[in-house]
Design a protein around this ligand. Structure first.
Ligand SMILES: [Zn+2]
Length: 518
């Protein structure tokens, strides 16, 4: 029966979970997944609360395309179980992962059977003492839902696709853009394709091609804002359409974890064997051939040169990315190295010195003191270097409290401390600053500030649009962008860029066994 007939039937029988007994019932689709990218080069650990897990119908709040009156929502009986997404961070504690998985699997056991399952993950989770957590997660889900259920997975292009994940999923898709302006669109596509395969009766795609590419690069070198990634990733949709396949994409992979699965991958799904293989090989070849061209998305320099350039510049606001401890890539977010460098500079000692915002440093003790002092009060205390003190000790902040704002989901409490001409944002818990409102709600005016230093890698769209100039600083931390200096023990070799003289790899498509065949 066609999808349209199904919908008509259900409009007639509105309010009933299913259709007329004579008609084919709506497909039953579960939703589950946990997402984080976690650095194993950071001493930070991630707990269960960090996932802000949503349960049952609250899960729909993650997906604007699944609002109560959306057309997609009406095409299936949905059984959301648990979906949690954490800010990037350190490895997930094993007990946190097991607790969340226990709840997910219990809920799936209770509410089955399922025609389909939407698996919403990032793909770069590290769990203490466990390899390939997303492969583990989907295997355990598969063991509960059975072989017949069609699983559709959506991922971040900085995630990893192990063969175990590839085998257990049936449909798979991934963001095409970094920064990820197409995140919601990608999730919607994963859900819509799943519904369409169920409605049409086509079921699982017959073929899944997987091509490992021996390249490991940080996201800051593969931003799709610039070449060659702009063209390589920009060609995905046309390649898939020309070859008449279902979906697929290119995964850059995640460089701050040390497992055999950490490398780039291409995957394509569809019903025609040779077209699926051909599309995967074309994409893999394009990504590999461009390898020498991937470069940092903005000018990149050591810290002192960045700050000297910003101080000498007439372009304001001048943004500096403090990259090494970027919490949105998995840094602890409390490395004080850069802040201590700033505090030591004489230029900022007087209130009429060059204005600079530093965003941000976690410091719960200092936040407590600031609350006690109140806005306008004097504060003297320490912030940062509780989780990651490898590079610099806690920062000693002595200044005036300019604002105190509570209620942010990540930071919980944010305080602005003015020290000379510096405005330092101190948070209860770590928080990335991506948007203009993140600053203005604290009473700060980044557009009228000379220099804005943000713990971030590439600038997210609003800050990118605001910048008069921008340099990315190579600073120390758990997500050091200079990955050739990291000590890897378990990634596959040879691997670009570590083995630059390596021979051309085998980029032929590996056909992955169907999830039916286990
Ligand atoms: Zn990403």
């Amino acid at each position: 029966m066609s999808g349209r007939k199904l919908i008509l039937c259900c409009l007639v029988w509105a309010g009933v979970a299913g259709c007329h007994p004579a008609e084919k019932p709506l497909p039953r689709i579960a939703i589950a997944g946990l997402g984080i990218e976690s650095s194993t080069f950071s001493p930070a650990l991630t707990d269960e609360a960090a996932f802000h897990a949503r349960y049952g119908s609250d899960v729909f709040g993650n997906y604007p395309f699944m609002s109560a009156d959306s057309p997609l929502r009406k095409r299936a009986v949905w059984i959301p179980t648990i979906v949690g997404h954490s800010l990037p961070g350190g490895a997930v504690m094993r007990e946190a992962y097991e607790s969340l998985m226990g709840k997910m699997l219990d809920s799936l056991k209770k509410n089955g059977p399922y025609d389909g399952l939407y698996f919403d993950i990032h793909g770069a989770m590290s769990v203490v003492g466990l390899d390939d957590p997303e492969g583990d997660m989907i295997s355990r889900i598969r063991a509960v839902v059975g072989k017949a259920t069609i699983i559709s997975t959506s991922m971040d292009l900085h995630g990893n696709v192990s063969q175990r994940l590839a085998q257990n999923t049936d449909l798979i898709t991934v963001y095409r853009l970094a920064p990820h302006e197409d995140a919601i669109q990608t999730k919607e596509r994963a859900v819509r394709e799943l519904v369409e395969r169920l409605e049409s009766g086509k079921g699982k795609p017959a073929y899944k091609a997987w091509v490992p590419i021996p390249v490991l690069l940080p996201g800051e070198k593969t931003s799709t804002r610039i070449e060659p990634a702009r063209s390589v990733f920009g060609s995905i949709d046309t390649t898939l359409a020309e070859d008449g396949v279902l979906d697929g994409g290119i995964w850059v992979g995640y460089p701050w974890a040390d497992e055999p699965r950490n490398h780039a991958v291409v995957m394509v799904t569809g019903d025609d064997r040779s077209r699926v293989s051909q599309a995967a090989e074309r994409l893999a070849r394009r990504f590999w051939d461009a390898r020498l061209g991937y470069a940092f998305v903005a000018l990149t320099k050591p810290w002192t040169e960045c700050l000297d350039s910003a101080l000498a510049s007439h372009k304001h606001p001048f943004f500096i990315s403090d990259m090494g401890d970027n919490p949105t890539a998995g840094g602890a977010g409390d490395v004080t190295w850069t802040l201590n460098q700033l505090l030591a500079r004489p230029e900022f000692r007087r209130p009429d010195g060059p204005s600079l915002i530093y965003a941000s440093i976690p410091g719960p003790d200092l936040v407590r003191k600031a609350i006690a002092a109140g806005v306008g009060g004097h504060v003297d205390g320490y912030a940062g270097a509780v989780v990651d003190s490898r590079y610099s000790p806690p920062a000693h902040l002595v200044g005036t409290v300019e604002s105190i704002v509570t209620g942010d989901r990540d930071a919980e409490v944010e305080v602005v401390v003015r020290i000379g001409s510096l405005h330092v944002i101190v948070t209860q818990k770590r928080k990335p600053y991506h948007k203009e409102v993140d600053f203005t709600r604290l009473g700060l005016q980044p557009r009228k500030t000379d220099i804005v230093v943000v713990k971030i890698g590439y600038l997210e769209p609003e800050l990118y649009a605001m910048r008069a100039d921008w340099i990315m600083a190579l600073t120390p931390g758990g997500v050091d962008q200079d990955i050739e200096h990291l000590t890897y023990k378990r990634i596959e070799r040879p691997m670009f860029p570590f083995d630059r003289e390596m021979k051309d790899p085998d980029l032929s498509a590996r056909l992955i066994a169907s999830s039916d065949s286990r």
